[in-house]
Design a binder for this molecule. Sequence first.
Ligand code: CP
Ligand code: NVA
Length: 311
Amino acid sequence: IKKYKGKNFLTLLDYSSEEVLELLHFSRLLKQYQKEGVPHQYLVGKTLAMIFEKSSTRTRVSFEVGMNQLGGSALFLSSKDSQLGRGEPISDTAQVLSRYVDGIMIRTHGHEIIEELANNSTVPVINALTDDFHPCQAMADLLTIYEVKGTFKGIKTVYVGDGNNVAHSLLIGCAKVGMDVTITTPIGYEPKQWIVEEIKAICEETGAKFHITNDPIEAVQGADVIYTDVWTSMGYEEETAKRLADFEAFQVNEELVKYAKKDYMFLHCLPAHRGEEVSIEVIDGKNSFIFDQAENRLHVQKAILVALLGS
Ligand code: CP
Ligand code: NVA
């Protein structure tokens, strides 16, 4: 997998269908190695800098543990305690960090920030969530669907809720691997139009079907996978009250999942708000795979790290 060396991982739009599938395949292999205790220290002596401008549990822990398991190390930098929080330009930060570390992971606000970081870094930059994308999450989502369903062919994934970063990356990922994908949002919370255009173009290539609707019941008909995320993402807190009202009809609950296939799987990137975007019965029920999904963050990110930072 030499061809990935030195590449960034900013959005799945930069990766072909074959590359996404190849990285998923490698993730499964690394997962198997870890379960069986097979050594896989591909990144001995390598360091990953991890910049967080927003909170995190899964991303921070899975990247740090992943680097350790690969024989390297990871360095946590919160924007609050680093000079970034005091206004040091992102371009200077990029050039300085590039002199010390072998890769930079960042969780930030506007997607243009990660682009500026990448443009000024001489080491690979990995997107750990921006306002527009969460590609590492989408890779874990795809791996989880594949493990449970055994295929992407003929599988219908339905995203219910806010057309946010997680939704964007999930839709792109599903389209890339040829899964049928539907998104249903309240009016005014649709995914960004330019991203919808990209998804449609990918579907043309892969033969996947894409559907967008404001009617959740229509959307989940025959779903194999139902996915939701919080109604208020980090950085949008001042809209919380309005969003609670606007999303009322979009809770994933027993009533809604009746329209899905009997063996549908429920996914959520976490953290979740039980009783808001999803009912307790659904998220803690037998169709929920949220903890396998969270675990898979570790395995897919290890694959991405080896591909980009490995020699
Ligand atoms: N899903 C996810 O990215 O979780 P964290 O915010 O805990 O990293
Ligand atoms: N959409 C959420 C995902 C958190 C992992 C957010 O951006 O806050």
